[in-house]
Design a protein around this ligand. Sequence first.
Ligand code: FAD
Length: 369
Amino acid sequence: MENVTVLGAGAAGLAVAAQLKKRGVDCVVLERGPGVATSWRGRYDRLHLHTTRGLSGLPDFPIPRAYGRWVKRDDLVRYLEAYAKRFGLDVRTGATVQRVKPADGGWSLRLEDGTEQSTRTLVVATGYLHTPAVPAWPGRETWTGTLIHSADYRNAEPFRGQDVLVVGPGNSGSEIATDLAEGGAASVRLAIRTPPHIVRRETAGWPAQMNGVLLGRLPEAAFNAMAAAMARLEVPDLRPYGIARPAEGLKTRLRTHRYVPVQDVGIVRDVIAGRVRPVAAVESFTETSVRLADGTSVQPDTIIAATGYGTGLPEMFDDPTLFDDTGVPRVNGGAPARPGLYFLGYDVTLGGMLRQAAIESRAVARAIA
Ligand SMILES: Cc1cc2nc3c(=O)[nH]c(=O)nc-3n(C[C@H](O)[C@H](O)[C@H](O)COP(=O)(O)OP(=O)(O)OC[C@H]3O[C@@H](n4cnc5c(N)ncnc54)[C@H](O)[C@@H]3O)c2cc1C
């Protein structure tokens, strides 16, 4: 039986493994992909972190200055590879854990290849954004056009000259819409159900993320009012272009929907220029057209569903009481969810997920050590 096993060699898993090692606790990291940072390797080409380099590094080994303020996808992968090497972490790749069950004095893991392993303590860090989710829109199965999830989008090349409908104005959807508009799609529409909170990535060198870190503890009403006032100052009024102001405060949406604001890396400019056209939410499909919530229909060649992810955790565990109805662990971070069981990287904050993973990794390692 292993002493400590970590599931997932993403930022959170690597950080906790390094923190355990620092405290004299060896552990094994099981990773389903061919290397560390599997989820980052698969993300779209133009992706830079929306959080600053200084606030995105993992404990005891910062992201190199040479990677600049907004770290490129490939540089983050390089950094995570260097992180694993630096701390000599025991990462076993190609190891997909399918089921986890309580076992005598610990946890039993069944892997995809049919083998079983057991461990006294288990840290689950398989990623909050784990399983691409696409709504079960009525008629979806009859649709004859292309439909992909944003997780499968790499760049605009395959969509050159096409009419594309991007669904969901979150960070991925907004940036993909901009990428398509710049990359030669003939028409780009962005379907919006709930108007987004849009923030400027930085203002006079001050990153929006820092507001989340410093002001995130303000009471909800005060934070909401402040965020709304700042949005009015920073972001042009997009109502004439079809994007309403959000009805609900930012911190309220964080609490109720684990929502983080959209960092503007081009969407505001593209909407004003008419290169990205906001449309109503998707309601249903026929073979060739998509019906929208305002009663109109569109006939895109391709739909890119930037409609979020599930954690995939309820499918892994027998015990549904571990999770809320969105599949997020009820107890995570430094406190054990069950004796010898920790979940890491599932808390969404305005300070950024990488920063939060770094904070939680220390707490989990302290609790285990
Ligand atoms: C497009 C996009 C942009 C983002 N930009 C930012 C940003 O700028 N700043 C920020 O802070 N956050 C950002 N995030 C959030 C980002 O997901 C996290 O910051 C970070 O990747 C979380 O690390 P993690 O280790 O928790 O999860 P992941 O990076 O997803 O790592 C989980 C690991 O677990 C492995 N795994 C999964 N299931 C299994 C299994 N069953 N068995 C074994 N291994 C498994 C995966 O292969 C993966 O390597 C972004 C997310 C997306 C989608």
